[in-house]
Design a binder for this molecule. Structure first.
Ligand code: NAD
Length: 319
């Protein structure tokens, strides 16, 4: 599907990934309608986008506001990123992911159906695989048994998007991301460590048991190229692509990189975690995605997990 010069919508446009995607789409001469309720997104992330004539930002809550269809007039594809991405919150509030991730996706799909928007790109997650016993995990791994409400909500959204695509003649590209890191990230382990060390440079509390979970981290630049590439090469009604890096890293290594870049030598205080060393309930201990499907179509990540982590720490520190 060609998107250069087309009119497109991005939900979650002011978020970490959304704002980078907006910048990239504008560089491709797209007319971009950005939707965000600014719950975790920041308008400052759209500073450069707002200077472009082809960008329109609409402060809009997918669950509270009405009239989403109006903004979809002439839109060729909706990039649906708006969601609550906080895995941990599911344990204390069981309604957030149902509402923000499942119902909000339904709202977007219904508006698309009403306006005959032909395509959707959706940002799903590695957590749909649960604790896969095949690692690196390919897209056709199953059964999918998520262990967090977040993973469950994203899998439900994937299923609904597939059903809409087949029933109402749409195309869908579903991306299952590893941990995405980079400038403008406002959550996740790197952001947390930096904030904690700014508050107390001598000690770092780390959730879990040493050396922590081992996961794949992918840089935002590689992620955005993967999203764009995936849309360009997808011909099927529903395409699914993992997006990650070629390797994994553990939480201790991330703590070491953050400390080194901040010029600190803090004492690490491991909390011990839950369920045999997880950071929190629903935290997957080992995650590495098989990215050969999208690689076989010409995309590949430039950075390893550690390189992506280090580049992110430097960016967040303003280095
Ligand atoms: N960051 C990651 O590592 C990662 C990994 C896998 C999947 N994802 C997915 O990628 C997408 C973007 O994640 P992110 O890391 O940029 O998070 P983010 O919180 O920065 O972005 C989400 C955006 O959606 C907006 N939003 C939330 N609820 C909304 C609503 N009801 N109406 C309108 N706007 C709303 C928020 O204000 C925010 O700007 C999400 O769908 C997330 O689940 C992220």
């Amino acid at each position: 599907m060609i998107i250069e010069g087309k009119k497109v919508m991005v939900t979650g446009a002011a978020g970490f990934i959304g704002s980078h995607l907006v910048d990239r789409l504008l560089s491709m001469k797209c007319e971009v309608i950005g939707i965000d309720n600014l719950s975790s997104g920041k308008e400052e992330f759209l500073k450069s986008a707002k200077r472009k004539r082809k960008f329109k930002f609409i402060k809009y809550d997918l669950l509270e506001d009405e009239g989403l269809e109006e903004y979809m007039d002439g839109v060729s594809i909706v990039f649906h990123l708006a969601a609550n991405p906080d895995v941990r919150i599911g344990e204390s509030d069981s309604s957030v992911h149902l509402e923000q991730n499942i119902i909000a996706t339904y709202v977007v799909l219904e508006a698309m159906r009403a306006m005959g928007v032909p395509a959707i790109a959706f940002t799903s997650t590695s957590t749909v695989y649960g604790e896969a016993d095949k690692v690196p995990t390919p897209e056709d791994y199953g059964p999918l048994v998520p262990i967090s409400l977040y993973g469950g909500s994203k899998l439900a959204a994937e299923a609904m998007i597939s059903a809409y695509a087949h029933t109402f003649d749409m195309k869908a590209v579903l991306y299952r991301f590893a941990n995405v890191v980079g400038p403008r990230s406002t959550h996740g382990v790197i952001y947390d460590f930096i904030e904690k060390l700014k508050n107390n440079p001598n000690e770092l509390e780390i959730l879990g048991a040493e050396p922590g979970t081992r996961k794949s981290y992918v840089h935002i630049d590689d992620t955005i190229e993967g999203i764009i590439h995936g849309v360009h090469v997808s011909m099927d009604r529903v395409s699914i692509y993992n997006i990650g890096s070629e390797d994994m890293t553990d939480v201790k290594t991330i703590a070491d990189i953050v400390s080194e870049e901040m010029g600190l030598k803090p004492e690490y205080k491991w909390t011990g975690g839950v369920d045999g060393g997880r950071g929190w309930k629903g935290d997957v201990k080992l995650m590495h995605l098989d990215i050969s499907a999208l690689k076989s179509k010409g995309w590949s990540p430039k950075m390893s997990s550690d390189e992506a982590v280090r580049a992110t720490v430097r960016a967040l520190l303003g280095k």
